[in-house]
Design a protein. Sequence first.
Lengths: 392, 379
Amino acid sequence: MADLEQFRAETRAWLEANCPAEMRLPIARDADVCWGGRGVQFTGEAQKTWLERMGAKGWTVPEWPKAYGGGGLTKDEAKVLGSEMRRIKARSPLSSFGIWMLGPALLKYGNEEQKLEHLPKIARGEIRWCQGYSEPGAGSDLASLRTSAEDKGDHYLVNGQKVWTSYADKADWIFCLVRTDPAAAKHLGISFLLFDMASPGVSTSPIKLISGASPFCQTFFDDVKVPKNNLMGEAGKGWDIAKYLLTHEREMIGDTEMGGRDSVSDIARKTLGLENAILSDTGLRTDVVRHEINAWAFALTMERVKDEAKAGQGVGALSSMLKYFGTELNKDRQQLLMSIAGSDGLTWAGKTEGEGDLARGWLRSRANSIEGGTSEINLNIIAKRVLELPGA
Amino acid sequence: MALVLTDDQKMIRDSADGFFKTEAPVAQHRKLRDDHDATGFDRGTWAKMAEMGFAGVLVPEEHGGAGFGHVAAGLIMEAIGRNLSAAPMLSTAVLGTTALVTGGTPEQQAKYLPLIAEGKRLFALAADEASRHSPAQVATTATPSGNGFKLNGTKGFVLDGHVADTLIVAARTAGETSDKDGITLFLVDAKSAGISTERRSLIDSRNAARVTFEDVQVDGADVLGEVGGGFAILEKMLDAGRACLAAEMLGVSSESFTRTIDYLKQREQFGQKIGSFQALQHRAAHLFCEVELARSATLRSLVALDEKDERASLFASLAKAKSGEVAKLATNEGVQMHGGIGMTDDFDIGFYMKRARAAQETFGDVAFQGDRLARMMGY
């Protein structure tokens, strides 16, 4: 414990000296979130410096091994780093599908050459990744995907179409599920390929959503040549990697929806005001408190799952539970915030920047229970793997 | 403290599970009901619970108890919930002990706590007067008389009041009916002149008495805590009770859920197990998540009591609210998914719904806890 306290003191001092003041302000616009990549456009010198300094220390990925560009920290040290960053309200230096999704899968399934090639660039934010999973005919039934990768000796020839590829138009590389064996059973003919989005034959087209934003794309592959050594894991074993990665994604979606935001009751109090020490709108007050009870019980469940994992008591197949409940809770929150805002919440555009954000946030949240496995798919998984119900 | 059980706590959980499953299973609950048992629980079982250290789970070691703490008490209550075991665990081991530990003089503690641990003295809290839980609403009066007080009034929901040896009575020594100040707690011998007790059997076959006090003379030495300052002690008792009821309801939920899942795997209709129908699978999977949430909130509330966390009241209300809501869902779904057989008295699943209903009402339901929580959070 003494070592940990020393680590805390050193970390605190380093952060004080190295985190630019601008990077301690709340995130106000989308551009304030840094995604890195070849085409990165920093909002200013502070954002660039912050990424470079954290990347050099490996603290963008504190628990990855140093050999792969990580910080080599223990779980406890990483927790300290996180709490010290929160203490000074430091922004995350880098948001990245490479960190959240591909990295853990690469560490588990990638060969040494692939780890050395890709992980450090993810850690330093040099390469931005996107995920090629869903297809027009393969949504919830993901394993029915049809994008083909034909074995041409030294390379695969990739043809097909992906959809809901987040930020494909801004990504440098893609990790992609492809069918390498059309004759095999549907889960067994799938492989996991990594390739450069700048390869000839790759094109993207953004999809406009109900929120007005276009974070997702359609991605087309037309005779894209992918070197054989870009295959991760074994040919035909891609589904195992896909599931492993989805587990991480679900935990992440469940987790990030919760942390570091004003509570619904704080917002309600500020917006609606109090009367005789209770919320002036007593009908909404009931909804707010029911939401907060669930939000709190959920946060405690996240905490318990982590504590149990640390104590070696795996609760098993819980990512589906966290994803399901976390996203439903976030949708409930966004709906409540709309109710609290009343007619003001309906604003789509006004004189000042930021008007309409609430409505857009609400509309965006509707996707939470669809992306990364719908609520229904996650309930199926719980029914099958945890409850072992028949025929599921 | 992390939200995981220690090795010692796991041992207590396992021994409690084993104990109630063999010594006080649902069959015992059914028999007590069918026999219209005068006590409402089995005194032999209670004596064994004392031997196991359950009765004295919260009694400090220097007073002959096990001093295991609230997490352990919760684990015992959870096992009680799973087996629907009738025992004066809540009224005596939790409320009685908490009252004495929190507000008792050294003399009162030395007199009563060892008897609680030995299972030789039963307590009952005589506080509620309104049918909707509202602990400050005390119209029962205590007026100075001789070297003590005279009690007058009626208490409506005195759990185990028909068998209690000592009543812990909340009476008003000052203030208006709903004031928190001016409430005083008294330790009153249940056989005192002027006390009349009317036993009421409840839907869950437990008992709550209506107790009337008519010029009941109590001694100054029987005041628990400060005159006029009883509400703070009462709140501590109720919070321990709420957290332990949350744990009991967690046991009710998880057992009702387990039995229902088993049934879904056995019952066939349309030529297949009904558990293969997605309409039931999704509800079962949702319920699984809800039970896990109730477990987290409950454990947190018990840890908070052990750590004397300043937010212990907050967590007690959170746990009582969440576990109560989940128990309602779990037992309603239990009966519904069992179909017609779930409506029969022969089948046990209905017992769980009845116990859940009564436990939810006890010391405040979801609406009460939600309001209390919101006020504590400043809205």
